[in-house]
Design a protein around this ligand. Structure first.
Ligand SMILES: [Zn+2]
Length: 124
């Protein structure tokens, strides 16, 4: 189970990711927001190498993303590489995982971690 602090952090980070991506890709804003909805409220399950199962927005079915290709109508209609909300949700969840737990709540940090954190603070 994630701690409350981690959940709060995740929501803040998710909001940051959506805001930044929307600024860079204004035409994707509504799709990015739907993807954030999927990240928060729908399960995204890894089934194997580059194979994920993501529950649909209406919660009635699952879409599989295999090697970056989604099964949804939106993706199939637009063709390979299309940023459908499932692929965006997958990318967001992977980005959140790569960020890890927030450093202020990180216990038992090593001197190297402390150095990294002070450097990060310097850039803010
Ligand atoms: Zn899709």
């Amino acid at each position: 189970m994630k701690s409350i602090e981690t959940e709060d952090f995740t929501i803040r980070e998710l909001r940051n990711i959506v805001e930044k991506a929307s600024r860079d890709n204004p035409h994707l804003t509504s799709r990015l927001e739907k993807a954030a909805f999927l990240v928060l409220l729908r399960p995204i399950e890894p089934l194997g190498d580059h194979h994920y199962q993501i529950k649909s927005e209406d919660g009635l079915r699952y879409y599989e993303v295999i090697n970056g290709h989604c099964q949804c109508h939106d993706y199939v209609r637009h063709g390979p590489g299309h940023p459908c909300k499932h692929r965006l949700a997958l990318a967001m969840s992977q980005r959140l995982e790569s960020l890890g737990p927030p450093s202020p709540f990180h216990r038992g940090s090593t001197p190297a971690d402390d150095a990294l954190e002070s450097q990060e603070a310097h850039f803010e």
